[in-house]
Design a protein around this ligand. Structure first.
Ligand code: KIV
Length: 272
Protein backbone atom coordinates (compact mmCIF):
# COMPACT_ATOMS: atom_id res chain seq x y z
CA UNK A 1 0.00 0.00 0.00
CA UNK A 2 1.16 3.52 -0.81
CA UNK A 3 2.57 5.84 1.82
CA UNK A 4 1.52 8.88 -0.21
CA UNK A 5 -2.10 8.37 0.87
CA UNK A 6 -1.20 9.23 4.48
CA UNK A 7 -0.14 12.75 3.47
CA UNK A 8 -3.55 13.81 2.19
CA UNK A 9 -6.70 12.86 4.04
CA UNK A 10 -8.84 13.64 1.03
CA UNK A 11 -7.78 14.64 -2.48
CA UNK A 12 -9.48 17.74 -3.86
CA UNK A 13 -9.01 19.71 -7.06
CA UNK A 14 -6.90 22.14 -5.03
CA UNK A 15 -4.71 19.28 -3.78
CA UNK A 16 -3.85 18.45 -7.40
CA UNK A 17 -2.82 22.01 -8.19
CA UNK A 18 -0.70 22.03 -5.00
CA UNK A 19 0.88 18.72 -6.03
CA UNK A 20 1.92 20.27 -9.33
CA UNK A 21 3.37 23.29 -7.51
CA UNK A 22 5.34 20.95 -5.22
CA UNK A 23 6.56 18.79 -8.10
CA UNK A 24 4.66 15.74 -6.83
CA UNK A 25 3.38 13.51 -9.63
CA UNK A 26 -0.33 12.68 -9.76
CA UNK A 27 -1.42 9.04 -10.15
CA UNK A 28 -4.79 8.47 -11.81
CA UNK A 29 -6.53 5.25 -12.88
CA UNK A 30 -9.96 4.41 -14.19
CA UNK A 31 -12.53 2.39 -12.24
CA UNK A 32 -16.13 1.57 -13.03
CA UNK A 33 -17.46 -0.45 -10.09
CA UNK A 34 -17.55 -0.66 -6.30
CA UNK A 35 -15.01 -3.46 -5.76
CA UNK A 36 -12.31 -2.04 -8.04
CA UNK A 37 -13.00 1.45 -6.69
CA UNK A 38 -12.39 0.20 -3.15
CA UNK A 39 -9.14 -1.57 -4.04
CA UNK A 40 -7.66 1.33 -5.97
CA UNK A 41 -8.75 3.93 -3.39
CA UNK A 42 -7.19 1.87 -0.55
CA UNK A 43 -3.98 1.55 -2.55
CA UNK A 44 -3.65 5.34 -2.43
CA UNK A 45 -4.54 6.48 -5.93
CA UNK A 46 -4.97 10.26 -6.20
CA UNK A 47 -7.68 10.42 -8.85
CA UNK A 48 -10.20 7.83 -10.03
CA UNK A 49 -11.59 8.44 -13.48
CA UNK A 50 -14.95 6.87 -14.21
CA UNK A 51 -14.07 6.98 -17.88
CA UNK A 52 -16.36 6.48 -20.83
CA UNK A 53 -13.83 3.73 -21.65
CA UNK A 54 -16.44 1.74 -19.67
CA UNK A 55 -18.13 1.58 -23.07
CA UNK A 56 -15.15 -0.53 -24.28
CA UNK A 57 -13.95 -2.52 -21.29
CA UNK A 58 -17.22 -3.03 -19.43
CA UNK A 59 -19.79 -3.13 -22.24
CA UNK A 60 -17.67 -4.44 -25.14
CA UNK A 61 -18.40 -1.63 -27.61
CA UNK A 62 -15.78 -0.80 -30.21
CA UNK A 63 -15.85 2.93 -29.35
CA UNK A 64 -16.80 5.16 -26.43
CA UNK A 65 -19.71 6.69 -28.34
CA UNK A 66 -22.60 4.41 -27.32
CA UNK A 67 -22.39 4.77 -23.53
CA UNK A 68 -25.27 6.82 -22.08
CA UNK A 69 -25.53 9.36 -19.29
CA UNK A 70 -27.61 6.93 -17.21
CA UNK A 71 -24.96 4.24 -17.63
CA UNK A 72 -22.17 6.66 -16.63
CA UNK A 73 -24.18 7.65 -13.54
CA UNK A 74 -24.62 3.96 -12.64
CA UNK A 75 -20.85 3.32 -12.89
CA UNK A 76 -19.97 6.54 -11.06
CA UNK A 77 -22.33 5.95 -8.15
CA UNK A 78 -20.96 2.40 -7.72
CA UNK A 79 -17.41 3.82 -7.48
CA UNK A 80 -18.43 6.70 -5.20
CA UNK A 81 -19.88 4.26 -2.64
CA UNK A 82 -16.42 2.70 -2.31
CA UNK A 83 -14.09 5.63 -1.95
CA UNK A 84 -12.75 7.37 1.13
CA UNK A 85 -9.88 9.44 -0.17
CA UNK A 86 -9.57 9.79 -3.94
CA UNK A 87 -10.97 12.52 -6.14
CA UNK A 88 -13.57 10.98 -8.46
CA UNK A 89 -13.88 12.49 -11.95
CA UNK A 90 -16.59 11.31 -14.36
CA UNK A 91 -16.60 11.56 -18.15
CA UNK A 92 -19.50 13.42 -19.72
CA UNK A 93 -20.46 10.92 -22.43
CA UNK A 94 -20.67 11.67 -26.13
CA UNK A 95 -23.78 13.62 -27.14
CA UNK A 96 -24.53 15.08 -23.71
CA UNK A 97 -22.58 18.34 -23.96
CA UNK A 98 -21.62 19.11 -27.56
CA UNK A 99 -24.91 20.46 -28.89
CA UNK A 100 -25.70 23.29 -26.48
CA UNK A 101 -24.37 24.71 -23.21
CA UNK A 102 -27.70 24.39 -21.35
CA UNK A 103 -27.88 20.69 -22.13
CA UNK A 104 -24.22 20.35 -21.12
CA UNK A 105 -24.99 21.90 -17.75
CA UNK A 106 -28.03 19.66 -17.25
CA UNK A 107 -25.85 16.59 -17.98
CA UNK A 108 -23.12 17.70 -15.58
CA UNK A 109 -25.67 18.45 -12.85
CA UNK A 110 -27.19 14.98 -13.24
CA UNK A 111 -23.75 13.39 -12.83
CA UNK A 112 -22.94 15.43 -9.72
CA UNK A 113 -26.38 15.07 -8.10
CA UNK A 114 -27.17 11.45 -8.92
CA UNK A 115 -23.71 9.89 -8.50
CA UNK A 116 -22.05 12.10 -5.89
CA UNK A 117 -18.97 12.55 -8.10
CA UNK A 118 -16.54 15.41 -7.48
CA UNK A 119 -15.86 16.66 -11.03
CA UNK A 120 -16.56 16.01 -14.70
CA UNK A 121 -14.22 15.53 -17.66
CA UNK A 122 -14.96 16.83 -21.16
CA UNK A 123 -13.21 16.23 -24.48
CA UNK A 124 -12.29 19.26 -26.59
CA UNK A 125 -11.09 22.87 -26.42
CA UNK A 126 -12.35 26.02 -28.13
CA UNK A 127 -15.27 24.21 -29.82
CA UNK A 128 -16.93 23.44 -26.50
CA UNK A 129 -15.84 26.48 -24.53
CA UNK A 130 -19.39 27.81 -23.93
CA UNK A 131 -20.42 24.48 -22.41
CA UNK A 132 -17.33 24.35 -20.21
CA UNK A 133 -17.93 27.94 -19.07
CA UNK A 134 -21.52 27.28 -18.11
CA UNK A 135 -20.62 24.17 -16.11
CA UNK A 136 -17.80 25.99 -14.33
CA UNK A 137 -20.14 28.89 -13.51
CA UNK A 138 -22.46 26.42 -11.80
CA UNK A 139 -19.59 25.48 -9.48
CA UNK A 140 -18.81 22.11 -11.06
CA UNK A 141 -15.07 21.43 -11.48
CA UNK A 142 -14.04 20.50 -15.02
CA UNK A 143 -11.06 18.45 -16.19
CA UNK A 144 -10.26 18.98 -19.87
CA UNK A 145 -9.15 16.29 -22.34
CA UNK A 146 -7.13 17.17 -25.46
CA UNK A 147 -5.01 15.39 -28.05
CA UNK A 148 -6.54 12.07 -29.03
CA UNK A 149 -10.14 12.49 -27.97
CA UNK A 150 -11.83 9.11 -28.51
CA UNK A 151 -15.33 10.60 -28.76
CA UNK A 152 -14.17 12.16 -32.07
CA UNK A 153 -12.68 8.94 -33.43
CA UNK A 154 -14.79 8.99 -36.58
CA UNK A 155 -13.49 12.49 -37.36
CA UNK A 156 -9.83 11.43 -36.86
CA UNK A 157 -10.34 8.04 -38.52
CA UNK A 158 -7.51 6.46 -36.51
CA UNK A 159 -6.11 6.12 -32.99
CA UNK A 160 -2.59 7.26 -33.99
CA UNK A 161 -0.55 9.95 -32.21
CA UNK A 162 -2.06 13.45 -32.49
CA UNK A 163 -0.47 16.91 -32.95
CA UNK A 164 2.65 15.80 -34.84
CA UNK A 165 2.15 18.66 -37.31
CA UNK A 166 2.85 22.27 -36.30
CA UNK A 167 -0.70 23.57 -36.87
CA UNK A 168 -2.30 20.90 -34.70
CA UNK A 169 0.41 21.29 -32.04
CA UNK A 170 -0.28 25.04 -31.92
CA UNK A 171 -4.03 24.44 -31.58
CA UNK A 172 -3.37 21.99 -28.75
CA UNK A 173 -1.27 24.60 -26.91
CA UNK A 174 -3.91 27.29 -27.46
CA UNK A 175 -6.66 24.96 -26.22
CA UNK A 176 -4.66 23.97 -23.11
CA UNK A 177 -4.13 27.66 -22.28
CA UNK A 178 -7.81 28.38 -22.89
CA UNK A 179 -8.86 25.59 -20.50
CA UNK A 180 -6.50 26.97 -17.87
CA UNK A 181 -7.80 30.53 -18.38
CA UNK A 182 -11.43 29.44 -18.13
CA UNK A 183 -10.77 27.74 -14.80
CA UNK A 184 -10.48 24.01 -15.51
CA UNK A 185 -8.56 22.35 -12.67
CA UNK A 186 -6.55 19.90 -14.82
CA UNK A 187 -6.23 18.58 -18.35
CA UNK A 188 -5.65 15.12 -19.78
CA UNK A 189 -3.37 14.94 -22.83
CA UNK A 190 -3.79 11.71 -24.74
CA UNK A 191 -1.34 10.29 -27.30
CA UNK A 192 0.67 13.39 -28.20
CA UNK A 193 4.46 13.77 -28.63
CA UNK A 194 6.27 13.80 -25.26
CA UNK A 195 8.16 17.02 -26.06
CA UNK A 196 4.98 18.92 -26.85
CA UNK A 197 3.24 17.59 -23.72
CA UNK A 198 6.19 18.64 -21.56
CA UNK A 199 6.17 22.13 -23.07
CA UNK A 200 2.46 22.50 -22.34
CA UNK A 201 2.92 21.24 -18.76
CA UNK A 202 5.58 23.89 -18.25
CA UNK A 203 3.50 26.67 -19.77
CA UNK A 204 0.31 26.19 -17.75
CA UNK A 205 -0.21 26.17 -13.99
CA UNK A 206 -2.93 23.48 -13.87
CA UNK A 207 -1.83 19.82 -13.78
CA UNK A 208 -1.38 17.99 -17.07
CA UNK A 209 -2.16 14.29 -16.79
CA UNK A 210 -0.77 12.22 -19.63
CA UNK A 211 -1.71 8.97 -21.32
CA UNK A 212 0.79 8.23 -24.04
CA UNK A 213 2.19 11.76 -23.53
CA UNK A 214 5.58 10.93 -21.99
CA UNK A 215 7.11 11.53 -18.58
CA UNK A 216 7.48 15.31 -18.67
CA UNK A 217 3.90 15.99 -17.53
CA UNK A 218 2.45 16.28 -14.02
CA UNK A 219 0.80 12.89 -13.73
CA UNK A 220 -0.25 9.72 -15.54
CA UNK A 221 -3.52 7.92 -16.19
CA UNK A 222 -4.15 4.41 -17.48
CA UNK A 223 -7.26 2.33 -18.01
CA UNK A 224 -7.35 -0.16 -15.15
CA UNK A 225 -8.17 -3.18 -17.32
CA UNK A 226 -5.19 -2.41 -19.56
CA UNK A 227 -2.61 -2.00 -16.78
CA UNK A 228 -3.86 -5.19 -15.12
CA UNK A 229 -3.35 -7.10 -18.38
CA UNK A 230 -7.01 -8.03 -18.81
CA UNK A 231 -7.26 -6.55 -22.33
CA UNK A 232 -4.48 -8.68 -23.79
CA UNK A 233 -5.28 -7.80 -27.41
CA UNK A 234 -4.64 -4.09 -26.73
CA UNK A 235 -0.92 -3.31 -27.04
CA UNK A 236 -0.12 0.37 -27.46
CA UNK A 237 3.47 1.47 -26.89
CA UNK A 238 2.53 3.68 -23.91
CA UNK A 239 0.98 0.84 -21.90
CA UNK A 240 2.85 -0.72 -18.99
CA UNK A 241 1.24 -3.93 -17.75
CA UNK A 242 1.58 -4.59 -14.01
CA UNK A 243 -0.11 -8.00 -14.10
CA UNK A 244 -1.17 -10.56 -16.66
CA UNK A 245 -4.67 -11.02 -15.29
CA UNK A 246 -6.04 -12.37 -18.57
CA UNK A 247 -3.74 -15.38 -18.14
CA UNK A 248 -4.04 -15.63 -14.36
CA UNK A 249 -7.81 -15.37 -14.30
CA UNK A 250 -8.07 -17.83 -17.17
CA UNK A 251 -5.92 -20.29 -15.17
CA UNK A 252 -8.11 -19.85 -12.09
CA UNK A 253 -11.32 -20.39 -14.09
CA UNK A 254 -9.87 -23.53 -15.75
CA UNK A 255 -8.82 -24.93 -12.38
CA UNK A 256 -12.31 -24.28 -10.96
CA UNK A 257 -13.95 -26.03 -13.93
CA UNK A 258 -11.60 -29.02 -13.48
CA UNK A 259 -12.31 -29.16 -9.73
CA UNK A 260 -16.10 -29.03 -10.18
CA UNK A 261 -16.10 -31.66 -12.91
CA UNK A 262 -13.80 -34.00 -10.98
CA UNK A 263 -15.81 -33.61 -7.76
CA UNK A 264 -12.76 -32.18 -5.95
CA UNK A 265 -14.74 -29.01 -5.13
CA UNK A 266 -16.32 -28.72 -2.64
CA UNK A 267 -14.34 -30.89 -0.22
CA UNK A 268 -15.40 -31.85 3.33
CA UNK A 269 -14.29 -28.52 4.83
CA UNK A 270 -16.11 -26.54 2.16
CA UNK A 271 -19.62 -27.69 3.12
CA UNK A 272 -22.06 -27.53 6.10
O1 KIV B 1 -12.33 7.13 -20.72
C1 KIV B 1 -11.15 7.04 -20.33
O2 KIV B 1 -10.73 6.02 -19.76
C2 KIV B 1 -10.26 8.16 -20.57
C3 KIV B 1 -8.80 7.96 -20.32
C4 KIV B 1 -8.20 7.17 -21.40
C5 KIV B 1 -8.09 9.24 -20.09
O3 KIV B 1 -10.68 9.19 -20.98
Amino acid sequence: MSTAKKEYKRITTKTLVDMKKNGEKIAMLTAYDYTMGKIVDSAGIDVILVGDSASNVMAGHETTLPITLDQMIYHASSVIRAIERSLVVVDLPFGTYQSDPKEALRSAIRIMKESGAHAVKMEGGKEIKESIKRILHAGIPVMGHLGLTPQSIYKFGTYTVRAKEEAEAQKLKDDAKLLEKMGCFAVVLEKVPAKLAEEIAKEITIPVIGIGAGGGVDGQVLVMHDMLGMTHEFNPRFLRRYLDLYQEMGNAFSQYITDVKSGDFPNDEEQY
